[in-house]
Design a protein around this ligand. Structure first.
Ligand code: NAG
Ligand code: NAG
Ligand code: NAG
Ligand code: NAG
Ligand code: NAG
Ligand code: NAG
Ligand code: NAG
Ligand code: NAG
Ligand code: NAG
Ligand code: NAG
Ligand code: NAG
Ligand code: NAG
Length: 504
């Protein structure tokens, strides 16, 4: 009797005082901000929509009582406007073909486009370890006087059950996260860059790459920016488009039958100097200390899933401004993630080294509220559809013993969350002398490989880097994002309790 009353009493106390959570007003604000931001369209690095987002978030953080600083940059922004593909056939017909999008930073043809005979270079194959086999393209016998290079382009997969990743914990039993063993995602294709300089020297005037083993819907408007053209903005000057697998099959067949006279690639994509900012909001703690926590995200991308981080961080900042903790918090919202390397998204670390020096922990938050969609192969052909689940909260962590406590507090913060919120903590391991990649907003891996205990939360839906006509709104579950934010509020609160106890 006594024990059970005590238990009930403790439970009530914990709900009332021990469980930080957004209140109804904050939830409504989160919804409004996500919805209204989405209405404006994608926030490509340096475009007006990104600048509006960073500016309203910065001002709102100031209103909440944070000290806010913006680090301003200019980048040579590549702005794809109109793109299309047509084939002139030997029988005199001109065929218009659907594209799924373009290869970012590849070039600019203007509206007239470039026209040349087509060379089928086969497949840009993968090695068994899922890295690109640059020698696999057949570049022999290219037409004199220029060509349009066609090839199919299989996407790597990632297997987080392999020794390259250590599974350090999960919020539900690991068997409830089967994606661990066969994580597919079109955006990993971005790791397959080409030597564009060499291709240009071979007289290639344009490229058409085709999706492999991916539905046209899943390939649609995927933006694969990992390797931008080198330099301060000069493009590769090999304008490149993507087509869906079915269109690729059509092109391959027509070329093989000698029915194609030439292809015309139109990629009207001028470049212009554009401003873009990283926002740093500092929230003072109540203790006499410089110790702090970094909460980090990026602000650029194609959809209300990919770059919803700034709005998540604002909700967290407002919560802790109203419920002060002892530690300081630095909220860092970086730009440059989608810039193809033209804008270094980790620059702030060099410009504000004290933020790294005072950090006791770093928490990277991206892509909350993501609903899982996958190609379903059960009919033999891939069909892109919702799986009925949420995208797992992949969490990249460092495996140093210094971060054990952070891992445990993070796992504890999932207590009481629904089983449908599936989180897996994986750490990149060194295999054959090579460290597996840490995914997430670029600076996240810099933090992860530093001695700062870091967790980088990066749900990775197939559509992560896709532009969508509804901006991704139909793939976003705001209530789920609230649940995820509350996990982070609890984590930060428990880190603060450890700090107060002298254990951080
Ligand atoms: C950065 O740009 C913003 C927006 O244009 C401006 O308000 C701010 O003063 C600039 N900051 C610095 C340090 O130049
Ligand atoms: C030309 O060839 C294409 C592809 O084989 C075919 O669809 C089209 O009907 C042909 N046009 C004429 C005028 O024969
Ligand atoms: C993957 O395999 C290729 C070919 O065997 C090899 O050259 C490359 O170094 C490997 N890459 C990694 C990261 O293991
Ligand atoms: C992923 O790796 C695990 C462990 O090596 C293996 O059991 C599993 O079959 C792999 N998954 C796929 C799809 O190959
Ligand atoms: C691969 O994914 C499918 C669909 O998500 C799942 O049913 C299957 O169990 C997974 N396979 C492995 C080896 O994890
Ligand atoms: C790319 O090709 C150019 C020209 O053939 C060559 O000079 C350069 O070394 C190559 N770059 C890489 C990274 O292989
Ligand atoms: C196609 O993708 C599915 C799911 O990602 C995978 O199970 C299958 O092995 C792939 N097939 C080929 C030929 O790559
Ligand atoms: C289309 O995808 C299949 C696998 O699903 C692949 O075998 C084929 O090479 C692809 N074709 C093109 C042109 O991309
Ligand atoms: C890039 O830098 C070079 C050399 O510093 C300069 O000549 C050129 O104008 C720059 N290009 C752009 C687009 O600013
Ligand atoms: C934060 O603390 C510093 C150092 O005590 C102080 O100078 C600053 O005014 C405080 N900022 C706010 C917004 O209270
Ligand atoms: C980006 O900036 C960080 C911090 O200054 C620096 O360590 C890193 O080398 C830079 N990366 C590149 C590619 O310049
Ligand atoms: C895949 O499609 C089949 C046939 O429509 C369906 O029965 C199955 O539930 C789907 N699989 C998933 C994981 O949604």
């Amino acid at each position: 009797m006594v024990w059970s009353s005590l238990f009930v009493f403790l439970a009530v106390v914990q709900t009332a005082f021990g469980q930080p959570a957004l209140d109804q007003h904050a939830e409504q604000l989160l919804h409004d901000r996500l919805f209204q931001t989405n209405l404006r369209g994608p926030r490509w690095t340096g475009n007006d929509n990104q600048n509006v987002l960073t500016s309203v978030v910065a001002t709102s953080m100031e209103i909440a009582g944070l000290t806010v600083e913006t680090l301003n940059y200019t980048l040579f922004r590549w702005d794809p406007r109109w793109w299309s593909l047509s084939l002139k056939l030997t029988n005199g017909t001109t065929m218009g073909l659907p594209t799924t999008g373009y290869w970012p930073y590849s070039g600019d043809t203007g509206l007239k486009g470039v026209t040349a005979p087509v060379h089928d270079a086969g497949s840009y194959a993968l090695f068994p370890n899922q890295t690109a086999n640059a020698g696999s393209l057949d570049l022999t016998g290219l037409p004199e006087g220029g060509s349009i290079l066609f090839f199919d382009n299989p996407s790597p997969t990632r297997n987080y059950s392999e020794p390259g990743y250590g599974l350090l914990g999960s919020s539900v039993p690991a068997q409830d996260i089967p994606e661990l063993g066969n994580l597919t995602n079109p955006h990993w294709q971005s790791a397959k860059t080409l030597n564009w300089t060499a291709i240009k020297q071979l007289g290639v005037a344009g490229v058409v790459a085709s999706w492999v083993n991916t539905s046209d819907e899943n390939g649609a408007l995927q933006f694969l920016p990992n390797d931008g053209a080198p330099g301060n903005g000069s493009l590769y000057d090999v304008p490149a488009l993507y087509v869906g697998n079915s269109t690729g099959e059509t092109i391959r067949k027509l070329v093989k039958n000698g029915e194609v006279e030439s292809a015309t690639v139109v990629l009207d994509a001028p470049s212009l100097w554009a401003p873009s900012s990283t926002v740093i909001g500092h929230l003072n703690g109540t203790a006499e200390t410089t110790d702090s926590i970094i909460v980090y995200t990026h602000s650029d991308g194609p959809s209300i899933i990919e770059e919803n981080g700034p709005i998540l961080l604002l909700a967290m900042a407002e919560y802790f401004a109203a419920h002060p903790i002892h530690l300081h918090i630095d909220f860092v919202i970086t730009t440059g993630h989608m810039s193809g390397g033209h804008l270094n998204e980790s620059s702030w670390m060099g410009e504000r080294p004290e933020i790294m020096q005072t950090a006791k922990a770093a928490i990277v938050c991206e892509h909350f509220g993501a609903i899982e969609w996958k190609d379903n192969f059960s009919s033999g052909e891939p069909v892109f559809e919702p799986t009925g689940r949420y995208e797992p909260m992949w969490t990249m962590v460092n495996s140093s013993s210094a971060s054990d406590q952070l891992h445990q507090l993070y796992l504890d913060a999932f207590e009481g969350t629904p089983d449908t919120l599936r989180m897996a903590m994986v750490s990149p391991q060194v295999v054959n002398g090579k460290r597996s990649q840490w995914y997430g907003a670029g600076g996240s891996s810099v933090l992860g490989y530093s001695n700062i205990p870091t967790i980088g939360i990066i749900p990775q839906p197939d559509y992560l880097w896709a532009a969508m006509v509804d901006g991704g709104w139909s793939r976003l579950d705001v209530d789920r994002a609230v649940t995820q934010i509350n996990v982070i509020l609890r984590l930060i609160d428990s880190l603060d309790q450890k700090f107060v106890a002298g254990e951080l």
